[in-house]
Design a protein around this ligand. Structure first.
Ligand SMILES: [Zn+2]
Length: 401
């Protein structure tokens, strides 16, 4: 009996990967970086226009979808048959560039130096979007007729939560594919899990008094200060093999009203990251309440309430899902090395696919999160090309030809 061909190494997959044009990948990435889309502070309209034009050029029928905030996400489809279908998601927005003089090169010029493309969004994630668009162009150029549909979801607003981007697509019924790839920078490894977040507000209540007679009041800032260095005591002893342990970070603090008044109020916002398996906000909140009780045993004047303000679920896809296996195989075919399963410490739009639409989804893209959001953000040109070839194989492998 003949050995069945590895779906990411069929002649069609090979020719699609071989048709990737490195110059095209770079040109698309530079055009996207030049189309500023800082969030907060800007919109994705210019970047959506660049991507839309490219998608129209390969007959992928781009459509701009907007929610109430009128931010643009681009939806496009390559291939004739509706099923099977594979979504490729990338966000069009970037974090702000910050002060240009902290950069060695202008953040939107797309300077290439030493094999690296430098600019805001180079890794997170206009570079990865360029790889995916170039892969689609290569599939076309190679004359490969896809056996299903590749659907692009180029979304607005990921950097501040995705509510005006992928969430709009979810609510509009666009997330109905058989599997999905989120192209966030994963150093060309296979992201299978990500952490979620629980944002808590802790409010210390004291008693105001004249600043010259503090003994007559209860200082809410001092009360909060007794709890702050002990916040990590509220973390459970749990660990996930890919994303590690939960973390806690005191992110914001407010308190007091004037230099000569004993403060009666101090508020902190706490960013508690959750791992897959942590699903109950009350279970995350309770250890903070218990911590405050322990502090009160020595300092009965401490009075702090704990409220869960916002919750985002962690997400995880099965390691033996079809899309995870194909992604590993496509990466191995291009890099010559076995791909490594990874976890993401941050939150991505993958959660909408996995948790809300129940679509098996992997995170896989060129570039490193360690340079995302920094000055001199960069991505290696070789990695952009490897990603484009990997996506081409993966798309042909998943959808057939
Ligand atoms: Zn990102």
């Amino acid at each position: 009996m003949p050995v069945p061909l590895d779906p990411v190494r069929t002649p069609a997959a090979e020719s699609a990967a071989a048709a990737v044009d490195p110059d095209e990948v770079l040109a698309i990435a530079r055009a996207l970086i030049a189309a500023r889309s800082e969030n907060p502070g800007g919109t994705e309209d210019d970047a959506a226009a660049v991507a839309g034009e490219l998608l129209a050029g390969i007959d992928a029928d781009p459509e701009v979808v907007r929610g109430e905030a009128w931010r643009p996400s681009v939806v496009a489809r390559l291939g004739g048959a509706a099923r099977p279908s594979l979504a490729w998601n990338g966000h069009l927005d970037t974090v702000p560039a910050g002060s240009a003089d902290t950069w060695s090169h202008p953040p939107f010029a797309g300077v290439v130096q030493g094999g690296r493309l430098i600019g805001r969004g180079a890794a997170d994630m206009k570079g990865p979007i360029a790889s995916a668009l170039a892969a689609a162009a290569a599939i076309r150029r190679a004359g490969v007729e896809l056996g299903g549909s590749l659907v692009f979801h180029l979304a607005a607003d990921e950097e501040v939560g995705g509510l005006h981007g992928t969430k709009v697509l979810l609510d509009g019924g666009h997330l109905d594919q058989d599997a999905a790839i989120v192209g966030e920078p994963s150093e060309l490894q296979v992201g299978l899990a990500e952490r979620g977040g629980c944002w808590l507000t802790l409010t210390a209540h004291g008693r105001a008094a004249h600043g010259s007679t503090p003994e007559l009041g209860v200082n809410a800032i001092t009360a909060m200060a007794r709890v702050l260095p002990r916040l990590s005591e509220a973390l459970p002893d749990v660990e996930h093999p890919l994303v590690g342990r939960p973390t806690v970070n005191a992110a914001l603090i407010q308190g007091g009203s004037a230099p000569n008044v004993v403060p009666d109020r101090c508020v902190i916002d706490v960013d508690r990251r959750v791992i897959p398996g942590e699903t109950d906000p009350e279970q995350v909140r309770a250890p903070f309440v218990a911590l405050i009780e322990r502090v009160r045993q020595d300092h009965p004047e401490v009075e702090i309430e704990v409220v869960v303000r916002e919750w985002t679920d962690a997400a995880e896809v099965e390691a033996d899902s079809h899309i995870a296996g194909l992604t590993r195989a496509a990466l191995a075919a291009e890099t010559g090395a076995p791909a490594v399963d990874r976890g993401f410490t941050g939150i991505t739009d993958a959660r909408f696919y996995i948790n809300d639409a129940h679509i098996p989804t992997v995170i896989c893209g060129p570039g490193s999160l360690s340079v995302a959001h920094t000055a001199d953000e960069w991505v290696a040109l070789d990695d952009l090309v490897t990603a484009a070839r990997t996506y081409a194989r993966l798309v042909v492998g998943f959808l057939g030809a």
